[in-house]
Design a protein around this ligand. Structure first.
Ligand SMILES: Nc1ncnc2c1ncn2[C@@H]1O[C@H](COP(=O)(O)OP(=O)(O)OP(=O)(O)O)[C@@H](O)[C@H]1O
Ligand SMILES: [Mg+2]
Length: 309
């Protein structure tokens, strides 16, 4: 649904986005992470046809971002929640959404239906007639999210949708994103919130001007330590260690207190055998876990490595 090839944007001498090549599937929630100034917003603005590219290519569906006619189609196809919400303070929530719906040429009855559905889902339908200027930051953010969806876009670009929201408002927005995912919309999510990225995203890209990594949250977390299985026993006997060491699947074995720490390439396949062998050798297993790094560990390592280059 979203394809870029060597997408690059310079501002004078500064390269903000450098040769970014990525592919986002239809219906995917795709997280875009990276430090301040990494080029996330610039990428999204190019993809929404709000600014031009310097070089490279990008397509949304079948439309290319550097063709004027295609850009008109792209604007109808995508919804964009910008970093700054930019609503009309003196207009009511309803009027703000109705106004943007008109700009997108959404027919009146469809506008009414969409506004009611979106504001209800976001819990602000009761306040639809209040002027936006009287709302808190979180409520304004929710209205801006509704605005991004007023024309039923297939692709949604959300630039830090939960920044500055209290935990409850952030949860409403996250739950809302999951609802949109159920509707098979493609969601491109810029965020600094690693926990949010992990919970919502099918895949995550890490950007620092250049693309550093793209993978599922799970694979990124595993990438730091490979895959390690930890077996907690009431006691690690030499019999147990000897039995486990004999297994071909176990590439490395370490003990620590009452734990066995095992490198196993394919734990889903080989862990049952490991457990059987330990039990046969008289080991009392308390529990078996996987040692994983957090997304934060991986993110910080990748960003530091990129900075050192
Ligand atoms: N219109 C502009 N003119 C000049 N430089 C710009 C412009 N827009 C962005 N930049 C620069 O491009 C770089 C990337 O900015 P961008 O806003 O895309 O980063 P970001 O990843 O969205 O950061 P943040 O996490 O802080 O939102 C920054 O160095 C920024 O100063
Ligand atoms: Mg930004």
């Amino acid at each position: 649904m979203i394809d870029t090839k060597n997408l690059t944007r310079k501002f004078g001498n500064l390269t903000a986005v450098d040769n970014v090549t990525l592919h986002v599937e239809k219906g995917e929630v795709f997280g875009f992470l990276g430090p301040n100034g990494a080029g996330k917003t610039t990428t999204v603005r190019m993809l929404c046809c709000l600014i031009g590219k310097t070089s490279g290519e990008a397509k949304i569906g079948d439309y290319t971002i550097d063709n004027e006619n295609d850009c008109l189609k792209i604007r109808k196809m995508v919804g964009f929640l910008p970093e700054n919400v930019g609503l009309y303070d003196s207009l009511s929530a309803y009027r703000n959404l109705d106004f943007y719906g008109q700009l997108y040429e959404v027919p009146e009855n469809k506008r009414r239906e969409n506004i009611e559905r979106l504001l209800t889902l976001l819990g602000i339908w009761e306040r639809r007639e209040d002027a936006v200027g009287t709302f808190s930051k979180g409520t304004k953010q929710k209205i801006a999210i509704a605005r991004a969806l007023i024309h039923d876009p297939q692709v949604l670009f959300l630039d830090e949708p939960t920044a500055n929201l209290d935990p409850e408002a952030a949860k409403t927005v996250r739950d809302f994103i999951l609802e949109l995912k159920k509707e098979k919309r493609t969601i491109f999510l810029n965020t600094h919130n690693l926990d949010e990225a992990e919970r919502l995203c099918d895949r995550i890209a890490i950007l620092k001007t250049k693309l550093i990594a793209v993978d599922s949250p799970k694979n990124l977390e595993r990438s730091l330590y490979n895959r390690k299985t930890i077996v907690h026993l009431d006691n690690v006997s030499s019999l147990v260690v000897a039995a486990v060491q004999k297994l071909n699947a176990v590439k490395n074995l370490r003990t620590s207190d009452n734990k066995l720490i095992l490198n196993i390439d394919d734990p889903e396949k080989d862990n049952p055998e490991v457990v059987r062998v330990i039990v046969q050798a008289g080991g009392n297993i308390q529990y078996v876990t996987e040692l994983r790094s957090t997304l934060e560990d991986v993110y910080l390592k990748l960003i530091r490595e990129a900075s050192a280059q």
